[in-house]
Design a protein around this ligand. Structure first.
Ligand code: MN3
Length: 217
């Protein structure tokens, strides 16, 4: 993953909020427009703003992509480490999250085919089994966090993380992730996190996930 700030000759690389690749209401009725608007513009927007603020006095770190920053989070100066971890993580996680979703009902095929489909079947037995395990990871993450499908030590695994932590912070390579923070679903689903997770499978952009998989591999 990269973000738009990589282009051009600007001497300072500041992070920018990537535009949502579809309209706020594109994921209705599974994810409501108001949630998408607040989630993208306000929540993700704030992560970007706060990441840039944390890096203000660190021109050397401004040159790094968010992936590079997070992969060596323990080398980031201690006084800004938590801010970079939370806001950089939030920026990276959401940048992927928007891209792996799309308007669902016209082209939805239900499950991925090709190399990704085969890899999921060989790692988890079947797509249904993968989905069940992934849902469990999302449902049982206490408080705020994410469920992930990732490569760790060359193997395809499911994990969850707290807050805005990304597996890249400890050597994993995530290419598919679900936001289970309450801000991702509370307006429509209130406390019914599992209902949100089930609905979410209707709006997966499997072509994008397959591309992410290819790059992570
Ligand atoms: Mn979120």
């Amino acid at each position: 993953m990269s973000h738009a700030a990589g282009q051009g000759a600007a001497p300072q690389m500041t992070h920018t909020l990537p535009p949502l690749p579809y309209s706020f209401d594109a994921l209705e009725p599974y994810i409501d427009a108001k949630t998408m608007e607040i989630h993208h513009d306000k929540h993700h927007g704030a992560y970007v703003t706060n990441l840039n603020k944390a890096l203000e006095a660190h021109p050397d770190l401004q040159k790094l992509s968010v992936e590079e920053l997070l992969a060596q989070i323990n080398k980031v100066p201690e006084n800004i480490r938590t801010a970079v971890r939370n806001n950089g993580g939030g920026h990276m996680n959401h940048s992927m999250f928007w891209k792996i979703m799309k308007k669902g009902f016209d082209t939805f095929t239900g499950e991925p085919g090709g190399d990704l489909g085969n890899a999921i079947k060989s790692a988890f037995g079947s797509f249904a089994n993968f989905k069940t395990k992934f849902n469990q990871a999302g449902a049982t993450r206490f408080g705020s966090g994410w469920a992930w499908l990732l490569f760790r030590d060359g193997k395809l695994v499911i994990e969850s993380s707290a807050n805005q932590d990304n597996p890249i912070m400890d050597g994993g390579k995530a290419f598919f992730g679900l936001d289970v923070w309450e801000h991702a679903y509370y307006l429509k689903y209130q406390n019914r996190r599992l209902e949100y997770i089930e609905a979410w499978w209707n709006v997966i952009n499997w072509d994008q996930v397959a591309e992410n998989y290819f790059h992570a591999k």
